[in-house]
Ligand binder design. Structure first.
Ligand SMILES: Cc1cc2nc3c(=O)[nH]c(=O)nc-3n(C[C@H](O)[C@H](O)[C@H](O)COP(=O)(O)OP(=O)(O)OC[C@H]3O[C@@H](n4cnc5c(N)ncnc54)[C@H](O)[C@@H]3O)c2cc1C
Length: 383
């Protein structure tokens, strides 16, 4: 099997988002507009309402909640950032779990550790993983981290933000922002295609790898579509044979890249490669039924089949893609919008945003409310 349902050009992930967004009219003005209904936008909206209940907050999501990376992720929360620890970042996993407790989000979180695996000579003597993948691939060290259900995390954050009074709008794409003393967002709702304006005191752009010009990120970042794959459920014997019976997620520290985890039903979820967008840099134009993606899936299945003798007959049941945003230096973007101090841009977590996005949501809310400053490492140059 090489492809999941074709109803979405990026395929369908296995996660379920069960928060039903109530229908309502767009307000004419709000104190804070949050563009993007992924982990970053939803966590920030919840913190804004938690810290300043009297302020009005609207979350504007172009598709359904979790339509970007958050509903399509692997769901492996990790410490720090893709660039390591950063000034003022604090303990990412502690901040993440504190936010989940604060907002009573239940998402099957297990923080039993994650394995860094590599081909170098410094592997653990008793490495449970011993695979053949461009060299001998073994566990190098265990790091803080674990697994969760991303659908439940999106739903839980949305429920919390809504419960605290944030207005949430799905199928409401922000087509542009008129920056000025009182910025105005042009919002197009999918149901009738009509454009409406919302005035906002301040705006958070949490749009990740989509809408790069809107966020002022078109020259400073690189968008990709990350391909993920899911096997049919496997038995304990197979998990033991390949070294995954402890159910610790894993990722390589060298190339070629490989990451994965065991899901609650004993299926194995892994990253299957990165697809480049066309010259437009718009990842929305990538389709999983296109030739390049199909070729990547075939090569990936061959690669997995060769990792270990027990994986020779492994069956893949589903593929899907999700947007990732990178900077050359792997640092997240956490900056004032290049065109206005009325806007904050937060994202570009690479493959490291599950815990970090939620952790930084609090800092983003504090910066939007003032007077907390943004970190130097998050700056972007003017587009
Ligand atoms: C396949 C895959 C696996 C991953 N695995 C892991 C992992 O295991 N661990 C980890 O830490 N990280 C992982 N990541 C990264 C992590 O999922 C992301 O960093 C995180 O979800 C980013 O959240 P976000 O809210 O910033 O962005 P997103 O979830 O992408 O949200 C952005 C939202 O903005 C919306 N939007 C865009 N433009 C507009 C507009 N103009 N108007 C309105 N809305 C708009 C989009 O529809 C989208 O819903 C993975 C990512 C992918 C794709």
């Amino acid at each position: 099997m090489t492809s999941s349902s074709e109803r979405h050009p990026w395929g369908l992930p296995p996660w379920r988002i069960d928060f039903a967004v109530p229908e309502q009219a767009l307000p004419g003005a709000v104190d804070f507009a949050v563009v993007g209904g992924g982990f970053t936008g939803l966590a920030t909206a919840a913190w804004l309402k938690r810290l300043a209940p009297e302020k009005s907050v609207a979350v504007l999501e172009a598709g359904r909640l979790g339509a970007g990376a958050s509903g399509r992720t692997g769901g492996i929360p990790l410490a720090e950032s893709a660039a390591g620890d950063l000034a003022g970042l604090g303990d990412v996993l502690a901040g993440f779990t504190a936010a989940l407790d604060e907002f009573r989000v239940v998402c099957d979180l297990s923080l039993g550790g994650a394995w860094e695996i590599g081909r170098g000579g410094e592997a653990l003597a008793d490495s449970p993983i011993d695979w053949n993948d461009s060299g001998r691939l073994r566990v190098v060290r265990e790091v803080p981290g674990g697994t969760l259900d991303p659908g439940k995390l999106v739903s839980g954050l949305a429920r919390a933000a809504h419960g605290l009074g944030a207005m949430i709008f799905e199928n409401a794409a922000v087509a542009g922002v008129e920056w000025g003393e009182r910025p105005a967002l042009r919002v197009v709702r999918a149901r009738d295609g009509r454009g409406e304006k919302i005035a906002a005191g301040r705006i958070l752009l949490a749009t990740n790898a989509l809408s790069l010009p809107l966020a002022g990120l078109e020259t400073s970042t690189h968008p990709k579509l990350a391909l993920a794959a899911l096997t049919a459920p496997v038995n304990e014997e197979l998990l033991r044979a390949i070294g995954l019976s402890q159910r610790k997620p894993f990722y390589t520290i060298d190339f070629p890249y490989l990451w994965g985890r065991v899901c609650p039903d004993n299926s194995i979820l892994c990253g299957a490669g990165l697809l480049d967008p066309p010259a437009s840099q718009d990842v929305a134009e990538i389709r999983l039924d296109a030739e390049e993606a199909s070729r990547m899936m075939v090569q990936f299945e061959q690669r997995v089949g060769g990792l270990h003798s027990a994986l020779g007959k492994i069956q893949f049941t589903r593929y899907w893609g999700g947007p990732l945003l990178f900077r050359d230096n792997w640092l997240p973007v956490f900056a004032w919008h290049p065109r206005s101090r009325h806007g904050v841009v937060l994202g570009a977590f690479a493959g490291h945003g599950v815990a970090l996005s939620v952790h930084l949501g609090r800092w983003a809310a504090e910066a939007l409310l003032g007077p907390r400053e943004l970190p130097d490492w998050g700056r972007i140059s003017a587009a």
